[in-house]
Design a protein around this ligand. Structure first.
Ligand SMILES: Nc1ncnc2c1ncn2[C@@H]1O[C@H](COP(=O)(O)OP(=O)(O)OP(=O)(O)O)[C@@H](O)[C@H]1O
Length: 254
């Protein structure tokens, strides 16, 4: 039987508490994420997808319910504490990297995710060949820009670097929040391929939010449809395999 890495039990998130704008965004989420799961997540705007990631990542509190990591209650653990086992890539290429540091320096920092971090130049030299090889797996010329300041990279290269940084030190959970959405179609496809290859080769446990129903069906072994703060469907590999985009689209309707 697969091992549960993360469990959400009846998780509710309420914003603007005690005001006339009080809203329950997540309305009792029950979700068990097993080791090696690659879950694609779809849902209409405002369904609660990013909020789900914020609650898993500790950026937003779970106002009710429990979150367990490897069986340990982490419901009240801070965002900072959770970075020891969790990595996230955002839609905005500017968010994942330090712009004035070089590609290699950013990668070196990423090897210390969740720990006290400082740059040791000797380690940069020691790791350069490994980092360059890893950068080459992204198929977008990142390997030729190892000593370039990250702020001077193209959006696609910067996003590829954010992805590499999130996976350099193996995370128990990788959250991909529409990480290819800001890229042109070719660059986006390239990053998706590299993402899929890394996740499957290294058996990473990952959740990927996407608005592209075809991508949601193509990638991963499980698909979740979020609607109005609830899980409307949680489909396994076999169910996903049989599904067409048209059928998936019907989950969005009332
Ligand atoms: N911190 C917050 N304070 C108030 N409202 C919030 C907060 N975070 C999210 N919301 C609201 O909760 C709802 C769900 O937002 P969320 O960003 O999770 O949706 P989403 O499914 O990721 O949407 P999209 O596809 O547009 O990114 C939205 O109505 C949003 O305005």
């Amino acid at each position: 039987m697969s091992k549960a890495i993360l469990e959400l039990r009846n998780v509710k998130t309420i914003v603007n508490k005690g005001t006339s704008n009080e809203t329950t965004i997540l309305k009792g989420i029950n979700l068990t994420i097993n080791e090696g799961d690659f879950i694609t997540i779809v849902g209409t705007n405002g369904a609660g997808k990013s909020t789900l990631f914020n609650v898993i990542g500790g950026n937003l509190p779970a106002d009710e319910g429990t979150i367990l990591h490897n069986g340990k209650d982490i419901t009240h653990e801070s965002e900072e504490d959770r970075t020891s086992f969790l990595a996230r890539v955002f839609q905005d290429p500017k968010l994942g990297t330090a712009p004035r540091m070089t590609v290699a320096e950013n990668m070196l920092l990423a090897t210390k995710r969740g720990e006290k971090r400082h740059l040791v130049m000797r380690k940069l030299k020691q790791n350069m060949a490994r980092f360059t090889k890893l950068a080459a797996t992204m198929n977008n010329g990142l390997e030729d820009r190892m000593t370039t300041a990250t702020g001077a990279l193209s959006g696609g290269q910067r996003q590829a670097l954010s992805f590499l940084m999130a996976t350099l030190k193996r995370p128990d959970i990788l959250l991909l929040d529409e990480h290819t959405a800001a890229l042109d179609p070719h660059t986006s496809l390239n990053l998706l391929h590299a993402t899929n290859e890394r996740i499957t080769k290294d058996h990473l446990t990952a959740l990927m939010i996407t608005h592209h129903l075809e991508d949601a069906l193509t990638y991963g072994n499980r698909l979740i449809v979020l609607k109005d703060g609830q899980i409307k469907a949680d489909l396994n590999a076999a169910e996903k395999e049989k599904l067409t985009t048209d059928q998936l689209y019907t989950y969005f309707e009332d």
